[in-house]
Design a protein around this ligand. Structure first.
Ligand code: ASP
Length: 437
């Protein structure tokens, strides 16, 4: 049994946090591979080391003096090292970093040092081997992640290593240039490592006890989600509920490795378990797994008597494509269809787009509704309870929420309603109170 444990920045922001992490790792012998982020904020006014590194490299690029800033960063690490009573000096490492900065080693190199240095400290603290991600995680010349090569090299390397620390967030191109994933990318490294060692579980340790069924800023004390499928997670994440980096799901999902979101500050909490499959019909889970939503969409409705839907729809889609306007949903009627798009994505070009739709589709009527919010109720049990969508719509109606459009998500995992922005909070509360229990 092998567990891969990834710790986020707030879990590693100070010596105190490191000590909690050490306890967690030592509590379970199966926690053999550790993926750390860079030190995060210690309080709300603090700055993440990654952000300090970006700012520092900004100075490098402007040919300004960066040394004071770099020493501030070193200070963050030294405070951790001293707090843990480690016999470790990062003097040489910082010399090398300073030299490489002078040679303009690149912004990705700069940012990656946050994880790299934290990995060195973590390995020293735990007595685990340090495996530099630059030697085992690969990107091609264009900066695209190379999954096959990485999996091969990484799995071979870790097969020889009983316990190791692999810093998150970066890898290297074949010429050795450091390349990072996008922000929050240590989640991806954790997932890649889990896949390479065929982990029994990928534990992602953060500062919340898993996902909540609804946004706690809207619903008072929403229940945590104990178990959720990868498919449900995707629906919720798409609608704005984010706990993990989007790209971190694929590597573990493909191999059926469960992902457990845990809280470093409350290790006694079970957190949220994300799994490939749950017997949908027979499990005694809740009807709704989670509720999420986003504001600021536009619905464009086209009507045309005797419409050849596929033809007219294709013409409309071509117009949307020209404007790079993302389409979130399509609702089809007999002689009409409605397209839901993000208002922010379109901006002022909406007026031109409407004109082009007129020209391309010759509709009898075309109509635009702005200030629309989409709210999704996601649940794997949804298909097994006929009539529930009706109840759901009724509850919203009774609360005075006007439903502008309805869409069913893929695989009947979600019901999505389009409502006015102003009803967003009410809708979420109504769905939570009525259906989440
Ligand atoms: N340290 C990086 C960031 O702040 C990566 C991570 O934390 O996952 O984005």
């Amino acid at each position: 049994m092998i567990k891969v444990v990834k710790f986020g920045g707030s879990s590693l922001a100070s010596a105190e946090q490191f000590a909690k992490v050490g306890k967690i790792i030592h509590a379970d012998k199966e926690r053999r591979y550790v993926v750390p982020s860079a030190p995060g904020k210690r309080n709300s006014k603090d700055t993440k080391v990654t952000d300090m590194l970006y700012a520092c490299y900004d100075l490098v690029e402007k040919d300004e003096d960066f040394r004071v800033m770099l020493m501030k960063i070193k200070d963050r690490y030294d405070t951790i090292i001293n707090g843990l009573n480690l016999k470790l000096s990062l003097e040489e490492e910082f010399k090398k970093i300073s030299e490489n900065f002078k040679k303009k080693a690149g912004v990705d190199y700069a940012a990656s040092r946050g994880e790299y240095l934290n990995g060195i400290i973590m390995a020293n603290y735990l007595g685990y081997e340090f495996v530099d991600a630059a030697e085992v995680i690969f990107f091609d010349e264009d900066g695209n992640f190379m999954p096959e090569k990485t999996d091969k090299v990484l799995s071979e390397r870790l097969a020889k290593t009983e316990r190791a620390v692999i810093p998150g967030f970066y890898g290297a191109k074949e010429d050795g240039t450091i390349k990072t994933f996008s922000r929050g990318g240590s989640d991806i490294t954790g997932s890649i490592v889990s896949r390479a060692v065929r982990a029994t579980c990928y534990e992602n340790w953060t500062d919340v006890s898993g996902m909540l069924m609804a946004d706690p800023r809207i619903v008072d004390n929403p229940e945590p989600i104990k178990k959720i499928t990868y498919a449900e997670l995707r629906e919720l994440a798409f609608m704005g509920a984010t706990v993990l980096h989007e790209e971190s799901v694929q590597p573990v999902r493909e191999k059926g490795i469960p992902l457990n979101i845990r809280n470093t500050n409350r290790p006694q909490d079970p957190g949220t378990m994300i799994v490939g499959n749950i017997d949908r019909e027979n499990s005694d889970d809740r009807f709704i797994t989670g509720i999420a939503g986003r504001k600021n969409f536009t619905i464009i409705t086209l009507q045309k008597h005797d419409m050849h839907t596929s033809h007219t729809l294709r013409q409309a889609l071509e117009v949307f494509e020209r404007y790079h306007a993302p389409i979130e949903h399509i609702a089809l009627g007999l002689d009409s269809f409605a397209l839901v798009t993000s208002s922010a994505g379109l901006g002022e070009s909406i007026y031109q787009l409407m004109g082009d739709l007129q020209k391309a589709c010759h509709p009898d009527d075309i109509n635009q509704q702005d200030d629309i919010a989409l709210v999704a109720a996601v649940g794997r049990k949804m298909p097994f309870r006929p009539g529930t969508s009706g109840k759901l719509f009724k509850a919203l109606g009774d609360a005075g929420v006007n439903i502008r459009t309805i869409a069913q998500g893929t695989d009947e995992l979600s019901i999505i309603v389009g409502i006015d922005n102003k009803d967003y909070e009410t809708a979420i509360r109504v769905l939570y109170d009525g259906f989440a229990g």
